[in-house]
Write a protein that binds this ligand. Structure first.
Ligand code: DX5
Ligand code: ZN
Length: 224
């Protein structure tokens, strides 16, 4: 999408990840964090191949339609270009694909935009930043994984801020820089200082007794 896409501004800030939510009351949990100021809901899609677990598909995105938030779909799946249309149809606002998941990265990013979504590119901790540089013109969001993808509740990789800063130097001001994994009150400040503008948080939001209060505290800790 263009730099004027209104979803880009809303994408910044805390992005609660429903992976850590109570699925029995998924919609009300999302409404709770939106009421606390979250403008994004992060949806972790896992296929049992790219990462071992299997989580959710387009049907869950569809179930969140109408929530007043950007639906941010993080595809931890192989050959994501084959699934983009289904997620777009279900209502995804952001389609993030992993650099490691397809030999057709340029095509996948183009497809995401052609389908009317914002295009995101995710990098695993062991992947260098070259894919971001190569595809900079196609990106609305760059996602720096700060844990290895696949599970919530992991420990933030301490060398991540250096990598975040490197990515920040390779993207334009119109691209959102997202971090994901182990983001909590003790790590979010370093991510923000390194240049991150979007902060995925699962356990640190839905793993707490008061997810709304957690969103407010994380927002303050990010200096936003
Ligand atoms: C992990 C997922 C994350 C996960 C983060 O592979 O991409 O979005 O939900 O969970 P926490 O915040 O608990 O590390
Ligand atoms: Zn994620």
């Amino acid at each position: 999408m263009t730099a004027t896409d209104p979803r880009l501004a809303r994408l910044k800030g805390i992005a609660p990840s429903i992976l850590a939510s109570d699925f029995g009351r998924l919609r009300s949990q999302c409404e709770e964090v939106v009421a606390a100021g979250a403008t994004v809901i992060h949806i972790d899609v896992m296929d049992g191949h790219f990462v071992p677990p299997i989580t959710m598909g387009p049907i869950v995105v569809d179930a969140l339609k109408g929530i007043d938030a950007v639906l941010d779909v993080h595809l931890m799946i192989e050959r994501p270009e084959r699934q983009l249309a289904d997620f777009a149809k279900a209502g995804a606002d952001v389609l993030t694909v992993h650099a490691e998941a397809t030999p057709q990265l340029h095509f996948a990013l183009q497809q995401a935009r052609e389908l009317g979504a914002l295009a995101g590119l995710a990098l695993c901790p062991g992947t260098g930043t070259a894919p971001v540089t190569e595809n900079a013109g196609l990106l609305d969001l760059a996602l720096c994984m700060t844990v290895n993808p696949g599970w919530g509740g992991q420990k933030f990789i301490p060398t991540s801020p250096d990598k975040i800063a490197r990515i920040a130097g390779q993207i334009g001001p119109g691209t959102v820089l997202q971090v994901d994994g182990g983001v909590d009150l003790s790590t979010i400040g370093a991510c923000a200082a390194a240049g991150a503008t979007s902060f995925v948080a699962g356990s640190a939001v839905f793993g707490t007794p008061d997810p709304g209060e957690a969103v407010r505290a994380l927002t303050a800790a990010a200096g936003r």
